[in-house]
Design a binder for this molecule. Structure first.
Ligand SMILES: *Cc1c(COP(=O)(O)O)cnc(C)c1O
Length: 373
């Protein structure tokens, strides 16, 4: 039987991509703000409901550049419950990450615990909308305003997500997206920074292209983080199909909830009120006392059936060798994140996961619970 990985990209018909490739070949313009790059920036901005967006070669470079664009230094408050790139982007900027615990109902940075972590060196907050569920953007803005802090959202999981019809990308000083192959919307590798004014966009565009302002003027030591024409072409094609893909993901999430709801010891998130989700992951928590098996045992059992769930996010970023000696990373300081990291597993979710495959995954979960060993 075919292996079922946690995600699989949805790809447009090959012929459609070949038409774009032909145009790239004919024009011989491969990168550096080419026609597809320009077109994607405009169309993606329209789709997402944002005016200022800069495309990047990947999400990690977009994160690193976002911190540069706002000249963030000192200490930044962030979550340990994310993909490693969130904190690595701070490290690459010589910024000290200060980890704060998460909220058990959203897996996101707990706003009630932010203030206690603020010091005279704190300059910004870097929260993540984990699994596509928006952070408490209102509370985070209040805190940031009170203490004069910048807010950069890692929005790598929130493609097209809205709160009461307002794009989640409207919140914070900047939002950073990823279009990696494993994400809801992909450009092979890719990313973006969303900002709210023309001059910030100019600074970001400048930073991602070595700092070039003109042929002979280099105003800042920028990086090379440009998106190329092939990436942009796939992005344009994906835009045609992404609504369909998200609708399928929603269906799958609903089928999982229906299938898993009777199994004691398993919990999952429901949609947040007023939020339009993009269903990038389907995380479940395994309570080993009630379910009778540990999360790691479940992970292994699924593998035996060629189902490759992922333990996002285990280990916590704060538990990695680079960060674990930091004061904020000490064991016991973030009890919720520590517990979630031990209990969570993300089940496969992608547009062409079949009902048959989904039912099989659900029955593995059911049967394993009932098994004695
Ligand atoms: C994917 C991801 C990133 C990194 O993006 P890349 O495009 O893979 O560099 C950063 N943060 C989060 C939360 C992600 O999921």
């Amino acid at each position: 039987m075919e292996k079922i990985f946690v995600t699989r990209p949805f790809l447009p018909p090959l012929e459609e991509f070949q038409e774009y490739l032909k145009k790239i070949w004919d024009s011989k313009w491969l990168t550096n703000n080419g026609q597809f790059h320009k077109e994607l920036e405009q169309k993606l901005g329209e789709y997402l409901g944002v005016k200022y967006i800069s495309l990047f070669s990947n999400g990690t470079l977009a994160l690193i550049t976002a911190l540069q664009a706002l000249k963030i230094t000192g200490e930044v408050i962030t979550t340990p419950f994310s993909f490693v790139a969130t904190t690595h982007a701070l490290w690459w900027n010589g910024i000290k990450p200060v980890f704060v615990d998460i909220d058990p109902n959203s897996f996101n940075l707990d706003p009630n615990k932010i203030e206690a972590a603020i010091t005279p060196n704190t300059t910004a907050i870097l929260p993540v909308h984990v699994y596509g569920n928006p952070c408490n953007v209102t509370r985070i803005k209040e805190i940031a305003d009170t203490y004069g802090l910048k807010v950069i959202y890692d929005a790598c999981h929130t493609f097209g997500v809205t709160i009461k019809d307002i794009p989640v990308l409207h919140f914070g000083d900047l939002s950073v997206m990823s279009f990696h192959a494993t994400k809801v919307y992909t450009t092979f590798e890719g990313g973006a920074i969303v900002c709210h004014d023309e001059s910030t966009k100019k600074r970001i565009d400048n930073l991602k292209n070595f700092g070039f302002l003109s042929e002979t003027t280099v105003v800042t030591p920028g990086i090379n983080a440009k998106m190329n024409e092939m990436q942009a072409a796939l992005g344009l094609l994906q835009l045609k199909y992404v609504d369909q893909a998200i609708a399928k993901r929603k269906e799958i999430a609903e089928q999982y909830r229906e299938g898993l709801k009777g199994i004691a010891g398993l919990t999952y998130l429901e949609d947040f009120p007023g939020v339009k989700q993009c269903y990038p992951y389907f995380p479940i928590l395994i309570d080993k006392d009630k379910y009778g098996k540990t999360r790691d045992a479940v992970y292994e059992e699924l593998k035996k059936h060629d189902i490759y769930g992922r333990r996002y996010f285990y280990p916590l970023i704060s538990q990695l060798p680079t960060y674990r000696s930091m004061e904020s990373a000490q064991p016991g300081k973030m009890p919720i994140a520590e517990k979630m990291a031990e209990e969570v597993i993300c089940l496969p979710i992608f547009p062409d996961l079949s009902t048959k495959e989904l039912n099989m995954i659900v029955s593995v979960m059911q049967n394993y619970k009932e098994r004695k060993s």
